[in-house]
Design a protein around this ligand. Structure first.
Ligand code: NAG
Ligand code: NAG
Ligand code: NAG
Ligand code: NAG
Ligand code: NAG
Length: 363
């Protein structure tokens, strides 16, 4: 019994010791497993967001664009896309709680891609909005100071409508406004610094027009403005920094025009200014940041042009401005943020259409 008792003590102690060691071993394993899991999760997260982040940008861009488009649709803020940060700033201001997290997620994912920000902010969907009161092609569209868009003239089955209508971006509806005195297409429309819209030239069943008209948004009416010195269509109209409007080239029954004229809003009259070195129609015109106006390409009547020229408002003269690499007519141009002019596409002959683009930089 005694021995048994003595004996039994170490046995029980031994048993106890064994259990204790066993437990500690289990604990160690358990802790190791937990640490391993944490390490694995951290490693996976690092792999996902740091190592494979640039590779994943294409797929994460689509995810980000869908989330940012969600936020843009819910807030009707105008999407002036300057940079991703300002865009999210405006959405965060107008958005309360839930979408804010969405926006922050989209920012963190999109900051890894640098140049695609503009693609991300633009909504990749088209939705129908209100219909105009009538079909139109070759009409003009001008953004007014209050963000409404004024559409004027054009062509449809009934001829050359004199009607004009206004799109309200807040309601998505069109409202017919005053009629022009003369229906027309292939005209130009320029929003002046005083808020009025100047329509010039064009063509209708009676031929090429010298008439110009002014739309007054506060009365919703059109008034005849001074006549162009020369009737023209397929010309360009450029608003200058001094408030005048420069009309250049175009075509009429006498052929392609080298003449250019200036509209003075304070007298509502036109005056001939310097002639271009070459007559041009179907060309482009861009008002540069330095105040000069660049025209490029077009047709001279016999040739499609690669040449370009600059109008200097302070001297009223045109000087040559080099040549594009490729002759183009019915091309398009955009002024970039860096001040360069991007000239795009066009046709070089009746059968050669261009996919190329080139840049003009003023020196
Ligand atoms: C716009 O006109 C088309 C037919 O030209 C019609 O199918 C469509 O329903 C119209 N939309 C609205 C909003 O009235
Ligand atoms: C505009 O055209 C319509 C239809 O052709 C005509 O009835 C109307 O008198 C014209 N309006 C003006 C201001 O010329
Ligand atoms: C404008 O055109 C009309 C009709 O073609 C003509 O009668 C008028 O004299 C022209 N005005 C100017 C300033 O050339
Ligand atoms: C802009 O002004 C015109 C004319 O006053 C008005 O009809 C139109 O609804 C205005 N647009 C907006 C967006 O307020
Ligand atoms: C402009 O065209 C007119 C008429 O076609 C022509 O007489 C004149 O010489 C041309 N001016 C220039 C600068 O080419």
């Amino acid at each position: 019994m005694y021995t048994n008792e003595v004996y039994s003590k170490p046995v029980t102690r031994n048993n106890g010791l064994h259990k204790w060691w066993h437990l500690r071993w289990v604990k160690r394993i358990g802790i190791s497993v937990i640490i391993l899991i944490i390490c694995a999760v951290t490693f996976a997260l690092v792999l996902n967001f740091v190592v494979f982040a640039p590779k994943k940008s294409e797929t994460s861009t689509t995810a980000a664009s869908s989330s940012s488009s969600l936020t843009t649709t819910s807030s009707v803020t105008p999407t002036t896309t300057l940079s991703q940060t300002t865009a999210t700033d405006t959405t965060q201001q107008s958005e309360p709680t839930t979408t804010t997290t969405l926006t922050t997620i989209s920012t963190t994912t999109t900051t890894t891609t640098t140049t695609t920000t503009s693609t991300i902010t633009s909504k990749p969907e088209w939705t129908m909005t209100g219909n105009m009161s009538m079909p139109r092609s070759d009409h003009t569209a001008s953004t007014l100071a209050n963000r409404s868009v004024l559409v004027a003239g054009g062509l449809n089955w009934n001829g050359y409508p004199n009607s004009t209508e206004m799109y309200n971006p807040s309601t998505g509806t069109w409202t017919t406004t005053g009629s022009m005195n003369i229906g027309r297409m292939y005209h130009t429309a320029s929003t002046l610094s005083n808020g009025l819209v100047l329509v010039a030239g064009g063509i209708n069943a009676n031929g090429v027009l010298n008439s110009t008209e002014l739309y007054n948004p506060s009365t919703g009416t059109w008034a005849t403005a001074g006549s162009l010195s020369i009737a023209r269509r397929e010309h360009t109209a450029s608003t200058l920094s001094n408030g005048l409007v420069l009309v250049a080239g175009g075509i009429n029954a006498n052929g392609v025009l080298n003449s250019t004229e200036l509209y003075n809003p304070s007298t509502s009259t036109w005056a001939i200014t310097g002639s271009m070195n070459v007559g041009r129609a179907y060309h482009i015109a861009s008002t540069l940041a330095n105040g000069l106006v660049l025209v490029a390409g077009g047709t001279s009547g016999t040739d499609i042009l690669s040449s370009a020229e600059l109008y200097n408002p302070s001297t009223g003269t045109w000087t040559t401005a080099g040549s594009m690499s490729i002759a183009r007519r019915e091309h398009r141009a955009s002024i970039l943020e860096n001040g360069k002019v991007l000239v795009i596409g066009g046709e070089s002959s009746g059968t050669i259409y261009r996919n190329s683009a080139e840049l003009y930089e003023s020196i």
